[in-house]
Design a protein around this ligand. Structure first.
Ligand SMILES: Nc1ccn([C@@H]2O[C@H](COP(=O)(O)OP(=O)(O)OP(=O)(O)O)[C@@H](O)[C@H]2O)c(=O)n1
Ligand SMILES: C[C@](O)(CO)[C@H](O)COP(=O)(O)O
Length: 241
């Protein structure tokens, strides 16, 4: 029996605590330009409509805030997976398992893994990633060529040297791989990896780098909230709330 055509799933790890963000609770639930941060992230994928088989959010099993933060979620074609773990890699691995079991995703389907905390992604960037990867043997990720001079540091915070940046990229998300391949890679690499590409690289494969945008930064530190809010407001053409 031939396999059905591969579908595109989205998996959004949303189970972090945001310990570097300075926020009182998980940063993905902080208000940003009038709405919770993760609501902006979801909008990006909702804009892709029925090109996506499903959008799944991975939250911590004991998460009590999600229902209040995202009323109406999950809607049709959406899944709330209470499968988050202690690390991002665990949240993704456990989320993929739940996506297979609950949403019927198959090993040859594609998954776009995207940080909840990258709320400034744009649908055109997702299109570019899908276009570059859907016929690729491995898959790939959005990434940014280094815009600045790169320094190596000594242990006491002095410059040890200037590093060639021509072949260096900053990894972003989404990262797009076949679900079965990514499950195998994460099972083999465990918690040591900080992104999906690293796990795939551990299999000896070479994911494709697809140019992203500096605006697709991850809200990580306290000062990032104001920058992200300003971008969202500028895009919407409204005044700052
Ligand atoms: N155990 C974890 C850790 C992180 N994430 C998610 O992975 C994304 C990127 O991680 P990061 O920015 O490191 O988020 P946190 O782990 O929440 O932040 P910090 O490292 O500052 O604690 C975030 O959307 C976060 O919610 C997750 O689902 N499960
Ligand atoms: C996956 C990621 O966004 C790629 O840049 C990043 O590695 C996740 O953040 P963390 O600080 O490594 O958890």
């Amino acid at each position: 029996m031939p396999l059905p055509p591969p579908r595109l799933f989205v998996l959004i790890p949303c189970a972090g605590t945001g310990s570097r963000s300075g926020a009182a609770g998980p940063k993905q639930y902080e208000p940003l330009a009038g709405r919770p941060l993760v609501a902006h992230t979801l909008d990006v994928f909702r804009a892709l409509g029925d090109r996506l088989a499903a959008i799944a959010l991975v939250v911590a099993p004991q998460d009590e805030r999600i229902a209040q933060v995202l009323p109406g979620f999950p809607g049709p074609g959406e899944w709330l997976l209470r499968a988050g773990g202690a690390t991002r890699a665990q949240s993704v691995a456990q989320g993929l398992g739940a996506l297979r079991e609950q949403a019927g995703a198959l090993p040859h389907d594609w998954v776009l893994v995207h940080d909840a905390a990258r709320c400034l992604l744009q649908p055109t960037q997702v299109d570019a990633l899908i276009g570059a990867c859907e016929h690729d043997a491995v898959g790939g990720l959005l990434a940014l060529p280094l815009p600045d001079t790169l320094k190596a540091a000594t242990a006491d915070g002095r410059v040890a040297g200037t590093v060639t940046r021509a072949d260096k990229w900053l990894a972003q998300t989404p990262q797009m791989f076949r679900i079965g391949l990514l499950q195998e890679a994460l099972a083999r690499m465990g918690d040591a990896v900080t992104d999906e590409s690293s796990a795939i690289e551990g299999l000896g494969l070479t994911p494709r780098l697809v140019p992203g945008s500096a605006q697709n930064f991850k809200v990580t530190f306290p000062e990032d909230f104001a920058v992200a809010a300003a971008v969202l407001v500028a895009r919407s053409g409204t005044a700052m709330p």
